[in-house]
Structure formats: structure tokens, C-alpha cells
Design a protein around this ligand. Structure first.
Ligand code: RAM
Length: 883
């Protein structure tokens, strides 16, 4: 028997963070136990630093196991804190314990002695290496990423060494010939004018008692490279050239410290990389590499002094979430020699990252070009939908027998790669797809016995991975890749099922707050670039919805507190400009139910529904953080009345008569109770009338299956899930999709590709049905007033073609699982409830008296369960109408 045991300890949502700068970090653990009915009744946390006790919570009688604020003596900078938690079980007996640690980074701004440096444009020719003939107009003027270095000599090796580093741009730090850490595209993209993240690395093992070389390569990235689609600002949204900042702190056995900072002592020169740009790609001339430049013994006499560009390292924030990393390598499913010296590589999966190419037997200067595309047209790369993103990497070989090329400061969204100029035959083992994304732990699982539904779930996961590159983006391939708030809020419930995204969203929400317009209202995108300013309905509302979801799913009160003022400011702003409570003014770009199918929901209806929901969420948030909820409760009630007056007819018809209109009215609870049923009947009739097809765009799609199922028509939800003619999820899958398409008609048999100006094959918004796979099909949900899955509602939904379905999630309490299987005329339901949680389980059956527990006892179809694992069998429900 395993007793009640804490596991997966975390500090501020991360396992063992090396550099945090919160004054009072939040400590959390999850719980497991072999005993049904177990629960934590008390905990004790002890924190030590260097063997000295810093905090002892004492025994706290509490079921809380997440978000416990550190309450000890003031944290010191650059210190390691070890912590242990002990828990008491349901009987009040002392049970398991576990430990973890965190380290603080630089907690006080005045501890920064390093300064921002860059290549000195006055002593350095701007384009060195010189312009290469085959550059395009877009890339010709991109400067080469500077290599920066500083040599220093030590008499003793340090006992502890930490590097704090960041860039205005993207950087790779190097020490004594090795890459430091496993970050990609650090420091990531934030609202740079207000906050730049810095990374903390443990480099103790890399520093030696002799000459050492600290170096970095710094490229444009989001700082000065191409970002988004606004050609007026292409290249250089934030600055003209990348800069670097680093502080290496060495601690010696005798207690002394020494710091190596970026300063005027550093020297620089370009290396092999001619240019590197997130959208355009990377161009490398291997013959220009400087072997050993980042290692001791290298002669750097001809390097030039850097420029101190900014002595003031302000706005630095310790990286609070997992960085972008390479998380997987894929091998091609095929490599085809096209006969004209070109090869076509197919990874069989639309992925985000880049290719590592092993080059064998190339001549010096041999030019190898890689172009990337998501789809093919007539056997060739389809590039039009990338718009101005060139997504092209070029390698000029050094002439070695074996060379390896992998671009470092770019990423592409692609399934296919065309390789031109490869010497001889390209073999599959020499091409590796390196998958990168923000490394949020993927802890959710879903599976069933229908291949198309499983593929849908895989497509959703791949969409989440590829589109989370530092910020939640809309798409990873074209000249856009922006942090659209609507896409993020619509997909957030699904994202929170698939992965632990608390720290990721909490960090990005700080950028959302920082990106508010001069009037203090949420934008369409964060970080805020391009011409887009004020948020549209359902777009700006993302700034209200996501903090609320973080609270509901993870119990994240801190983010709710930090977001509250801006959430309220948003709703106040809408209210101020729409005193009659119908949101018609100040609607920004007013996208409506974006990319719907011939069913344009009236925009004022959609907007007002969101206005109502946001007001309600602020009232709920106010109750949580003990503010006055009344004004927003009243406001919500009045908006609801106005909504009914303006948009709901006496017979339950919602103006516009679109699926999304009904879905908003129903899911956001905006109907008088006597019209709920009539309105729902109209929705159901619309789905049936269209022969089980949807018309919803981004805004309506997430609500579709859950709403149909909640009103007793799971049969219709399943019919849509299994649909494979246009428009449907299945249609894209039948036509080979391995990610979620931006548009239902991204490609159709009748019309071919949609307009190239806007046709991404990796956009996650329409994948927001993922939430229903976990919550509806497998049946994992929580009660309306539950936080962090404390009160589960388990309601497995049998239907469609499925013979079984199961899902699991690592919640903040511990593991939750729910699944069902049809076998021998019975349904078998298996559930798992973490310690301390309870569940209301509804066993799907046509006959409640047939439900038996594992001991064969009749228990009825409605069960209230304590924590633990359970199995029930019953007579399955009789299939409904459609299926
Ligand atoms: C597109 C983006 C995004 C959407 C906006 C309105 O350009 O791809 O998905 O939110 O437009």
C-alpha cells in the first residue's frame, strides 16, 4: 500500500527553478494514495537555506496542496532553498513527505552590474561578411549576428557558478566551447518595452581554474528581425540591432565571489552566420566559421571592441516559466530524389522547428538550400500561404567530409522540405526534424478506438505544441505568428487539459497587461506589434477569460489578483462607450465569428454576449479576491436584459439564427429560462437541417459539442465529431491534415486551396473541441463552483462510433482519470479521483438499477465518490436519434 504521498513538487509552477525573483514564491505538490477515501488533512512545510532553517510552517490543518505562499524570512538573492513537505492523511496520521528546491536569482535591481553591449557600428562595416549574390531584397540588408566573447583567467575553480543572461534579440550563450543550457530562442518574446526575461544557468561544471571564455551569438529575433505582417515595421520593431547582457557570478570555496559582466572589455566579430531571421530563415557560410572562438587558447586579436549601448539594465524579470526547447526529433517518412538535383523530404507531420542536415562530401562553398512548406501542390512545395516569410535556410559548405547544419535562430512551420544542392543522394538518416516549442509539460492523455477521433486529438496536440513558441501564437509558418488573444482564450480550456500551462499563461498574461493600449484596454495581440491596437469583442476579452480559467483550473489566485484591475478596466471601458449595454461602439476590428461558414452571427449580438460574460467573470473574480462584486453582478444582469430585448424573440429565436448565436446565448446563460428549450431546439434543428454540419467560426466552435451534449443531444455532438464531409474536423483529416487548419475550407476538393493571403494549416482555434474530448467524451469535468478539480463531475458520454474512450489529466490535486468501454453488452466505467477531491459520477446507462460496483453491488447511476479508483458496470444507454 502506498500511503498518502506528495509528488511533483513545484515552486511557482516549475519543478526546480534555478532563478526566481518572486518575493514570496508559491509552493505546490500533488497527492497520490492507494487508499480510497484518502485526503490530506494537514501539511507542514520546512525550508532551509545552507542548512539553516528559513521557514517552518508548523502543522497547518488544511487540505490545500497548491499555491502555498512561502512565509519565511526574506529571501536572499542567488541562494538555494531546499524545502520539504510532510502531509497528514484522512485519519490524521502523519503520512508521506517529499522534497524539492528552488533558487533565487537577482532580487534587487541594483545587483545588476552588467551593461547592454552590441557590435559597434562605427568601427565595424555594417555588412560583413559582404553581401552574397543570392540574397533576396528582404534579407540582403540583414546584418550578421555578432559573436561576442570575453576571456578571463581563474586561479581556482568556483564551487558555484551562475550565469544570468539575456538579449534584446535572441541569443545562445557559450562557455569554454560548449552551449550553455538547452534553451532555444532565449530570452523569448515579451512586451520588451516593459519587461525582458533573463535566464539563469548553472555553469559550475563548465568553469575551470585556468583561462575561460564566455561567449554569445546574438541574432535579431523578435527584437530587430521580421515580426508579424506589418510591412511598415518589418525588421526592427523594437531596436536596430541585437544586444546582449550577462552577469556570471562565481563563488569560491573561501567565500569570495567574482563577477564577469558584459562591459566594454568584450570583443566581437561575425562568424559563419550571414543572417538569421525568425521568418526569413538562416544563411550560413561554414567557411567563415571561427573554430574555437568560444574556447580558451583562441587568438582574438583581430576582434573589435563592443559598444556599451545602454548602461542601464532595467526591466529585467527572471524567466518564470519553461523556455522553448527542442522536445522531439522526427525522421522523414520519405526522401524523394526529384531527378534535377533536388530532394523532397516528407516528415509525415506538420511540425514546428527546423531541420538538422548532415552533409557528406560537399565541396567548399557548395550551396545547399532548404525551403519549407506545410503542404504540396502538384508534388511541389506550396509556398504562397507563407506570404512574405521566406522560410529558407542556406548552407555554404566548408568542404569537410562530414558537416552538420542546423539553424539556431529561426523556426519554420512545415511538413515538407525541398533540399537543393545536396551533394549526391540524400539519405533519410541525414535529415532530422527538430521539434521545438515552449516546453510546458504535456500531462493529459486521451484515446479512443476511432482512428479519426484519435487523429483529431493528435492534430490538436501538435497544434498546441507548434503554436506555443514563447507566446501563444495563431500560426507558426507565415509572416504573422502573433499572440492573438482570441485564439488563446478559445483554445485555453483545451490547452489546460493537454498540458500544465499555468506558468506559461501566467507569464504571457503579464505581457497582455503590459500591452494594454494607451487608454488602458486590452489589445488584439500581445506582445503588441503591428497596427493592431484596441481589442475586438472576444479578442480583448481574452484578458478577462484566461486569468479566470487559470484560477478555475489551477487555483491561481495570484494571477487573478494581478490581472484584476486590467480586467475591470476592460469591462468599464466597454461599458463607458456603450451605455445602452449593447456593445456597438469601440469594437476594434470587430472580427465577429471569425471564419464561420456562411452563417454570419450579428456582431452586436456576439459582442454583447462577451460583454455579459466578462462582466460576470469580473464579479466572480471580485468575490475570490474580496473586492466588491456587486457592481459587476448588477451590470451582468442588466446586460443580460438588454441582450434579451435586443436579440431574443418571444419564440426563442435568436436574431441571425446562426449556430454561434444560439451557442453564445445558451452557453453564456443569456436566455430567460422559458426560452432555453425553444432556443436549443432551433440550434439542434439547424445542425440537423445541415445534415450534421457546423457553421461555427472561432468564437462558436468551442461551445458546439459541449452545449449540444449538455442539453441532451450528445448524439448530435458525436455526429459532428464523426462528420467527414465539408465542413467538419473530419474533412481535414480525410484530406491528410496532421494539424488543425485555420479554415474549414483551407483546401476543398471543389475549390482547391483557399486564398493564399490567409490559409494556415496549423492554427489551433478550431481545435478547441479538444476540451470536449476530455470533458464530454471521457467525462472529466468539475462542478461550477469547484476550483482546481476539488469537486469533480464525471459524466462519461457514450455515443457515436466509439467502443471505448478514456482520458487522464494531472491536475493540481493529482491524477484524474475517466473512461468507459463497451464489452459483452455492458458498459464498464473506470474512474480515478485524487486524494482530497470528491466526484459526482453519472454512470451512462439505460437502467440505473443495473449499475454495479466492483463487488457486484447495485449502487445506482448517480454516485458520490471520495478519492480513489473505482470500476462500475451497467447496461449501456440505448442509442439516441442520429446514431
Ligand atoms: C488572423 C489570425 C488570427 C485571428 C485574426 C483575427 O490573421 O491568424 O488567428 O485571430 O486574424
Amino acid at each position: 500500500m502506498t500511503m498518502l504521498t506528495p509528488y511533483a513538487l513545484s515552486t511557482d509552477g516549475r519543478a526546480t527553478p534555478l532563478g526566481i525573483d518572486e518575493k514570496s514564491p508559491l509552493l505546490s505538490w500533488r497527492l497520490r494514495s492507494d487508499r480510497n477515501g484518502d485526503a490530506q488533512t494537514a501539511y507542514r512545510i520546512r525550508v532551509t537555506e545552507g542548512g539553516t532553517e528559513r521557514w517552518d510552517s508548523g502543522r497547518v490543518e488544511s487540505p490545500e496542496n497548491s499555491g502555498i505562499a512561502y512565509g519565511g524570512s526574506v529571501l536572499r538573492s542567488r541562494a538555494r532553498y531546499e524545502w520539504t513537505v510532510t502531509v497528514w492523511n484522512a485519519d490524521g496520521e502523519e503520512a508521506g513527505a517529499a522534497d524539492s528546491w528552488f533558487e533565487t536569482a537577482l532580487l534587487h535591481p541594483d545587483e545588476w552590474t552588467a551593461v547592454w553591449i552590441d557590435r559597434n557600428p562605427h568601427v565595424h562595416p555594417p555588412f560583413d561578411p559582404p553581401v552574397v549574390d543570392d540574397l533576396t531584397d528582404r534579407t540582403r540588408h540583414l546584418p550578421a549576428p555578432p559573436h561576442l566573447r570575453r576571456s578571463f583567467t581563474l586561479d581556482d575553480a568556483p564551487v558555484r557558478a551562475r550565469l544570468y543572461a539575456t538579449a534584446r534579440g535572441v541569443y545562445e550563450a557559450r562557455l569554454n566551447g560548449r552551449k550553455i543550457g538547452d534553451h532555444e530562442l532565449a530570452p523569448g518574446w515579451t512586451e520588451y518595452g516593459t519587461r525582458i526575461l533573463y535566464q539563469t544557468y548553472d555553469v559550475t561544471d563548465l568553469v575551470t581554474a585556468s583561462e575561460n571564455v564566455l561567449g554569445a551569438v546574438v541574432a535579431d529575433g523578435w527584437w530587430s528581425g521580421f515580426v508579424g505582417f506589418d510591412s511598415r515595421h518589418q525588421a526592427q520593431h523594437y531596436g536596430a540591432a541585437p544586444q546582449f547582457l550577462a552577469q556570471l557570478v562565481l563563488e569560491f570555496a573561501d567565500g569570495s565571489t567574482r563577477t564577469i559582466d558584459t562591459d566594454g572589455e568584450w570583443v566581437e566579430r561575425p562568424g559563419a552566420i550571414r543572417y538569421a531571421d525568425l521568418l526569413m530563415g538562416q544563411y550560413e557560410d561554414a567557411s567563415r566559421a571561427q573554430p574555437g572562438w568560444d574556447a580558451p587558447g583562441y587568438d582574438a586579436n583581430d576582434w573589435l571592441p563592443v559598444r556599451v549601448v545602454d548602461p542601464n539594465p532595467a526591466n529585467l524579470v527572471a524567466e518564470p516559466d519553461e523556455p522553448v526547447r527542442v522536445t522531439e526529433e522526427l525522421h522523414p517518412v520519405s526522401v524523394t530524389a526529384l531527378g534535377d538535383g533536388r530532394h523532397l523530404v516528407d516528415f509525415g507531420q506538420n511540425l514546428v522547428g527546423r531541420v538538422r542536415l548532415t552533409v557528406r562530401g560537399a565541396k567548399t562553398g557548395q550551396r545547399i538550400r532548404l525551403r519549407h512548406a506545410e503542404v504540396l501542390e502538384d508534388g511541389e512545395l506550396y509556398l504562397e500561404n507563407l506570404r512574405t516569410a521566406e522560410a529558407t535556410d542556406v548552407y555554404l559548405a566548408a568542404g569537410q567530409p562530414v558537416e552538420v547544419f542546423e539553424p539556431t535562430f529561426t523556426f519554420h512551420g512545415f511538413r515538407y522540405v525541398e533540399v537543393v544542392g545536396y551533394p549526391g543522394l540524400l539519405h533519410a538518416q541525414d535529415v532530422v526534424g527538430r521539434v521545438l516549442h515552449s516546453d510546458t509539460p504535456f500531462t493529459g492523455t486521451f484515446e479512443c478506438d476511432d482512428e479519426m477521433v484519435d487523429q483529431l486529438h493528435r492534430n490538436i496536440r501538435w497544434g498546441q505544441r507548434g503554436n506555443w513558441v514563447s507566446v501563444p501564437t495563431d500560426c507558426p509558418q507565415r509572416d504573422e505568428r502573433l499572440g492573438w488573444l482570441a485564439d488563446a482564450q478559445i483554445f485555453a480550456p483545451t490547452a489546460m487539459r493537454n498540458a500544465d500551462v499555468q506558468a506559461f499563461f501566467a507569464r504571457w498574461l503579464a505581457d497582455v497587461r503590459a500591452a494594454t493600449t494607451p487608454e488602458g484596454v486590452f489589445p488584439d495581440i500581445a506582445p503588441r506589434v503591428a497596427m493592431l491596437t484596441e481589442g475586438a469583442p472576444a479578442w480583448g476579452d481574452g484578458g478577462v477569460i484566461i486569468p479566470w480559467l487559470l484560477y478555475r483550473v489551477y487555483g491561481d489566485v495570484r494571477t487573478l489578483e494581478r490581472s484584476y484591475d486590467s480586467m475591470a478596466a476592460w469591462v468599464d471601458h466597454v461599458h463607458r462607450h456603450n451605455p445602452d449595454l449593447i456593445w456597438r461602439n469601440r469594437t476594434g476590428n470587430n472580427y465577429g465569428d471569425w471564419l464561420q461558414v456562411d452563417a454570419d452571427t450579428p456582431r452586436a449580438l456576439l459582442a454583447t454576449a462577451y460583454f455579459a460574460q466578462s462582466a460576470a467573470l469580473i464579479a466572480s473574480a471580485a468575490r475570490v479576491i474580496k473586492k466588491d462584486a456587486q457592481p459587476y453582478e448588477d451590470l451582468h444582469a442588466r446586460i443580460k436584459d438588454a441582450f434579451i430585448d435586443a436579440f431574443v424573440e418571444d419564440d426563442g429565436r435568436v436574431v441571425g439564427d446562426t449556430q454561434t448565436g444560439y451557442l453564445l446565448a445558451l452557453a453564456f446563460d443569456l436566455l430567460p429560462s422559458h426560452l432555453v428549450e425553444p432556443a436549443f431546439e432551433r440550434l439542434a434543428a439547424d445542425v440537423e437541417k445541415r445534415d450534421h454540419h457546423l457553421t461555427t467560426g472561432f468564437v462558436g466552435v468551442a461551445l458546439l459539442c459541449p452545449t449540444l451534449a449538455a442539453h441532451g443531444r450528445a448524439d448530435l455532438a458525436y455526429a459532428l465529431l464523426h462528420q467527414d464531409t465539408y465542413p467538419s474536423w473530419g474533412y481535414s483529416i480525410v484530406h491528410g491534415a496532421t494539424t488543425i487548419w485555420e479554415r474549414w475550407d483551407g483546401w476543398t476538393a471543389d475549390r482547391g486551396f483557399q486564398a493564399a493571403q490567409m490559409n494556415s494549416f496549423n492554427h489551433y482555434s478550431l481545435g478547441s473541441i479538444g476540451d470536449w474530448l476530455y470533458g464530454g467524451v471521457a467525462g472529466i469535468d468539475q462542478a461550477p463552483d469547484s476550483v482546481g478539480y476539488r469537486s469533480l463531475v464525471l459524466r462519461p458520454t457514450i455515443g457515436g462510433r466509439l467502443g471505448f474512450a478514456r482520458a487522464s489529466q494531472e491536475t493540481v490535486r493529482g491524477r484524474v482519470a475517466s473512461g468507459w468501454r463497451l464489452a459483452d453488452g455492458e458498459v464498464v466505467v473506470d474512474v480515478e479521483i485524487p486524494p482530497g477531491s470528491t466526484a459526482e459520477l453519472t454512470v451512462p446507462t439505460s437502467d440505473p438499477s443495473s449499475v454495479r460496483d466492483a463487488d457486484g453491488e447495485a449502487v445506482g447511476a448517480q454516485l458520490r465518490l471520495e478519492s480513489g479508483t473505482y470500476r462500475f458496470t451497467a447496461q449501456p444507454p440505448t442509442p439516441k436519434k442520429g446514431h
